[in-house]
Design a protein around this ligand. Structure first.
Ligand code: KG4
Ligand code: ZN
Length: 360
């Protein structure tokens, strides 16, 4: 049995958690505390990096103390300390990683510098008996990608976004319509009251033989429709949301078909591969229906972690740390924070993902 403290500060959640992993590889969450900075950023319609970093500095030590108290452990009883070392907003990542280094140094514990995306990718194994390899779809405010999870630290990227992340697209549509931030949940609520056929928005990259995503053209189409409408009625807002969501759902069904095809080609012997969907957008019910239909059609074992473990949290970082420690994958105290850190470093960034390389 190993017990790991995890720290997450890569975006706008300050989080600390303690997770145990037994000899058979099963996990238990001993504590999991998250402080959302949502209200600090809401007036700006998005995350402000400087505000985020300052808030992490202000709250992290208290949250770590709380996570340790709730787990009923002292630092000397820990087997290791894990922190997100990237990708993310560098100021925030440095705050969490430095705290983890200090605890590891002071108490003589191993340090695991965790890729935030690996945290999302391995969460399913904390909750369920899931063997490698499996298919991961990560859809959040910062990431939109398909990965084959071959093992701890072993990933094969099947597709990613060439422009906006899916959650970002939801947030931008919400902003265009004057709905608050974060926009995804509000777009979903509006969409339920609307007509998904009123606006014929594009289905980006549909039919393409890869599983990349693109959402900026769809966002532009929504902006043009909104401009044409002029003054928006409540029904207009609902219809735009419903039509946008329908375009996203159809795109997702198409991309997912392609991803399953690529997964099966890579791993023909795996009979009922698991499909893990993680990230905040996984909470969307219309998309969930798409995943359920695909699971049924392709014989996949669908696992969508509960929202608390799907969105950013430190239990997933502690767990990834525990999985890494079990394989002897520990890090030196000199390890640096990284703003960009793709899970699959063998793949070139996709076209259009910016001069600094792919966001993820
Ligand atoms: O994973 P997450 O909590 O944070 C990171 O981005 O790391 O994801 C947040 C994103 C936001 O863009 C939010 O608008 C979106 O997930 N989101 C949703 C829904 N709930 C959250 N998008 C669509 N439908 C939802 N129900
Ligand atoms: Zn995340």
């Amino acid at each position: 049995m190993t017990r790991i403290l995890g720290i997450e500060t890569s975006c706008d959640e300050t989080a600390a958690a303690v997770v145990a992993r037994d000899g058979a590889g099963r996990g238990t969450i001993l504590s999991n505390v998250v402080l959302s900075q949502l209200k600090d950023h809401a007036p700006y319609g998005g995350v402000v990096p400087e505000i985020a970093a300052r808030a992490h500095v202000n709250h992290l030590d208290r949250l770590v103390a709380q996570a340790m108290a709730e787990a009923g452990l002292t630092y000397s009883e820990l087997d290791g300390v894990a922190a997100t070392a990237g990708p993310g907003l560098l100021g925030g990542v440095i705050v969490g990683l430095t705290m983890a280094k200090a605890i590891a140094l002071a108490h003589g514990k191993p340090l695991m510098a965790v890729n935030h995306l690996e945290g999302h990718a391995l969460t399913a194994r904390l909750l369920d008996d899931v063997d490698f390899p499996y298919l991961l779809l990560l859809i959040s405010g910062g990431h939109t990608q398909f990965q084959i999870v071959e093992g701890v630290g072993r990933y094969h990227r099947l597709g990613t976004t060439i422009d906006d992340a899916l959650g970002e697209a939801f947030d931008k549509v919400a902003k265009l319509l004057g709905l608050g931030y974060p926009g995804g949940p509000q777009v979903e609520v509006q969409a339920r009251k609307g007509d998904p056929r009123r606006f014929a928005f594009p289905r980006p990259l549909k039919g393409r033989k890869d599983c990349n995503f693109s959402f900026s053209g769809l966002k532009t189409a929504v902006r043009e429709a909104v401009n044409d409408l002029g003054l928006l009625t409540d029904q207009d807002v609902a219809d735009v949301c419903a039509s946008f969501e329908a375009a996203v759902a159809e795109t997702m069904a198409d991309r997912l078909t392609m991803a399953v095809h690529l997964f099966r080609a890579a791993h023909p012997a795996v009979e009922n591969p698991a499909l893990i969907v993680a990230g905040g957008v996984a909470a969307n019910q219309k998309l969930k229906a798409v995943f359920e239909q695909a699971a049924e059609r392709f014989g996949l074992r669908l696992i969508v972690p509960p929202p608390k473990l799907c969105t950013d949290n430190a239990a997933m970082i502690a767990w990834a740390g525990a999985e890494r420690l079990a394989l002897g994958l520990t890090d030196d105290l000199s390890v640096a924070a990284r703003a960009r850190w793709p899970l699959d470093e063998t793949q070139a960034p996709v076209y259009g993902s910016g001069k600094l390389g792919a966001k993820a």
